[in-house]
Design a protein around this ligand. Structure first.
Ligand code: NAI
Length: 671
């Protein structure tokens, strides 16, 4: 029997003291599906810590166990929503100090403090357990630790930098903090972040009790690892880390990893010094535009997911894909990797076989055991006759882009499909209403528009035609969420949202090339702005035939006419896929000359290059292509890779007064 100890009115924690003198602090944040370390739960934890200190002094508490009361998940980190209240560095310092003081009190507790982890434990959650004396985790697939802070433009700020280095050594700890990757429980144990593994959540309680009774205490990283934190090894390692990090991110765009490396280089040799100096480097990052904008991107991704209705009874399990070419095969593979059963149809059985075989790479990346890979292969079924049509929950058409063929196909599909099945086309240029014209109920058809390459692109547009049933649009969004992508509900207009804003940007850049501007400089300027790839290289990667086609649909063909794009397409030089386009391609890379350009020149040009994209994004908003400005920004960031640290095109426009106002050539070219 347990005695419930009242510590005032706890809302986010349950605190009990059992008859053996073990205190159990169970984190179960009120009214929330996940535990985040917001102000109130932290204050309550401080009260718990105070009670345990007192109990240890008077002898009624022999140890403390920290657990989660949520069925799934331990602690998802600090409460990002509250970050917005911290508008000055001083406010950050004042918010962090009491938390760090509390973690120090946990660390100094005279009785054992054990963390018992089941589910995701990241960011501030990992920092909390690192202050405990001993960490037990379940071997469950869902149990993961990690420091995702860099993705929000910061690094661990609750002394996790020092404590992770102490436990795992500088190499492994810094790698975890610099990449933000999720770490399985068994790997965390090997790293030293976790001390003991148990098989299931059911045995955690028992293992934690035992750990308290036998006063288990974690050991820091072995001497061999810790030695790497000594100067000059540390300075050498810091140099290597800078080199690796700058391959992935530019310091001027994403300063957080670089500031973390600086902190490590200066103070990584001493646990106390690292702890003492962490906040001074952390606070400026917290209030930086980069971090604010990356937090915005995180919120935008939540908004996209929220487009799928909650509590829908309909659950998509079976998918039928028609067309096993470039898109169809990868869509089928992705759905299978997300746990669904997929039938794949094409006119050609050879194309189906080839498309299925090509999914092997995705499955071996996604599934670590042979049994799981075999199960995935068994869920991807070749279906040349289209037998799967009659029992599929979602039917996706990805055949040739010809209106008459698609119209006839859907007439047939509608007759065979279940009445509640979602019927969707992956068309990128035809009108949904036109494709649906021969159907009994044209309002059933929606667009589910994937981007190429399917496995890498996080966004999928869900297209609502004129008069489309809203329930089908909702089901489409629910399906997209079920396969782990972000749905963006968009109106059926040429180019939908993403291609519509991307095309003027690319075509105006190609028009610059026609006017004799240096294409390498154009691409470098776009990257300087923060685009993942320059527009000319992107055109080559997408395929110049596709670009010319999209340009035509969007009425931008005049820009390509008589120009290099037209000449390249008619001579069969289609870009990366044929080995030559604007660039010559070798081993999947565009060949470039070694050139250096002035940075202010690149910055100016970069801003000009994105102007057509930004003005088109504004037009799309004005025409209601998606519901609001945030969704425009979300769609453009996740659909085109638009510089996330700038917060989206419309956010950028608002922050910079609409960008450069000189009647630039870029704008002229776009119009
Ligand atoms: P693709 O040419 O690679 O594949 C089309 C496949 O459909 C071929 O294997 C063909 O045999 C098959 N097919 C043709 N008619 C058929 C029928 N009546 N029944 C069954 N199979 C049939 O084409 P891709 O690139 O995969 O494009 C497919 C659709 O996806 C198009 O509507 C395209 O606009 C759209 N799309 C393409 C993107 C891309 O980057 N390739 C991106 C987004 C959408």
């Amino acid at each position: 029997m347990k005695e419930t100890v009242l510590l005032g009115d706890l809302k986010d924690w349950r605190f009990t003291l059992d008859l053996e003198g073990i205190a159990w602090a169970v984190f179960d944040r009120e009214g929330e599906s996940a535990n985040s370390l917001g102000r109130r739960p932290l204050e309550e934890l401080m009260r718990i810590v105070g009670r345990v200190e007192e109990g240890a002094r008077i002898g009624d508490v022999l140890g403390l166990v920290i657990m989660s009361g949520k069925e799934k998940g331990f602690i998802v980190g600090a409460d990002i929503r509250e970050f917005e209240q911290l508008t000055t560095e001083q406010a950050v310092v004042e918010a962090v100090a009491p938390v760090n003081a509390m973690l120090d009190r946990i660390e100094r507790m005279p009785v054992p403090v054990i963390a018992a982890v089941h589910g995701v434990c990241v960011g501030g959650g990992l920092e909390l357990i690192l202050a405990c004396h001993y960490r037990i985790a379940t071997r469950d697939e869902s149990t993961k630790v990690g420091f995702p802070e860099v993705k929000l433009g910061i690094f661990p700020g609750f002394n996790g930098t020092a404590r992770s280095i102490r436990q795992a050594g500088p190499l492994a700890a810094m790698e975890a903090m610099l990449t933000g990757r999720m770490i399985s429980a068994s790997f965390a144990k090997r790293m030293g972040l976790v001390d003991q593994l148990v098989d299931s959540a059911g045995t955690l309680h028992w293992a934690a009790r035992k750990a308290v009774q036998s006063k288990r205490k974690s050991s820091p990283a072995p001497h061999s690892k810790a030695m790497l934190a000594k100067w000059p090894a540390r300075s050498f390692i810091a140099g290597k880390m800078r080199e690796e990090t700058s391959k992935k991110a530019r310091e001027e765009h994403y300063p957080a990893p670089f500031r973390l490396i600086d902190l490590f280089e200066r103070h990584g040799g001493s646990y106390e010094a690292m702890k003492a100096h962490e906040t001074a480097s952390f606070a400026p990052l917290m209030v930086s535009d980069t971090s604010r904008n990356l937090r915005r991107v995180f919120r935008l991704s939540e908004q996209l997911k929220a487009q799928a209705p909650k509590g829908l009874k309909w659950k998509p399990m079976r998918v039928h894909v028609i067309g096993a070419g470039t898109m169809g095969a990868d869509i089928a593979g992705w759905c299978v990797a997300s746990g669904m059963e997929v039938t794949l149809q094409d006119l050609s059985p050879e194309v189906i076989a080839k498309g299925i075989k090509a999914q092997g790479r995705l499955f071996s990346k996604r599934f670590k055991t042979k049994a799981l890979r075999d199960a995935a292969n068994a869920r991807l079924i070749a279906d040349p006759q289209g037998d799967g049509l009659t029992h599929a929950d979602v039917i996706i058409e990805a055949i040739v882009e010809r209106l008459d063929i698609k119209q006839n196909l859907f007439k047939d599909v509608e007759a065979k499909a279940k009445p509640d099945a979602v019927l969707a086309t992956n068309t990128s240029s035809l009108q949904i209403e036109e494709i649906a014209r021969l159907m009994q109920d044209p309002a059933r058809l929606i667009g589910i528009h994937f981007f190429n390459p399917v496995a890498q692109m996080p966004l999928v547009e869900v297209i609502r035609g004129e008069g489309t049933h809203e329930t089908d649009v909702e089901k489409g969004a629910a399906f997209v969420t079920a396969i782990g992508k972000f749905p963006l509900i968009a109106k059926s207009v040429p180019g939908f949202l993403v291609n519509r804003v991307l095309a003027p940007y690319m075509m105006s850049a190609l028009a610059r090339v026609d006017r004799g501007e240096d294409m390498q400089k154009i691409d470098e300027a776009a990257r300087t702005f923060g685009m993942p790839m320059g527009p000319v290289e992107l055109a080559d990667t997408v395929g110049l035939d596709v670009c010319a086609h999209v340009g035509k649909i969007l009425g931008l063909e005049a820009q390509g006419q008589g120009g290099r794009l037209e000449r390249l397409v008619s001579s069969g030089r289609l870009g990366k896929k044929t080995g030559e386009g604007f660039y010559v391609w070798k081993d999947g890379k565009a060949e470039k000359k070694v050139e250096t350009y002035g940075s202010s020149e690149l910055e100016r040009l970069g801003r000009e290059l994105v102007e057509p994209l930004i003005s088109e994004a504004q037009k799309a908003l004005d025409e209601g292509v998606v519901a609001n400005a945030d969704l425009v920004d979300a769609g453009v960031i996740f659909g085109t890779g638009f510089a996330p640290f700038r917060g989206g095109p419309l956010h950028y426009k608002a922050a910079h007064g609409g960008g450069p106002s000189s009647g630039s050539e870029a704008r002229a070219a776009a119009e």
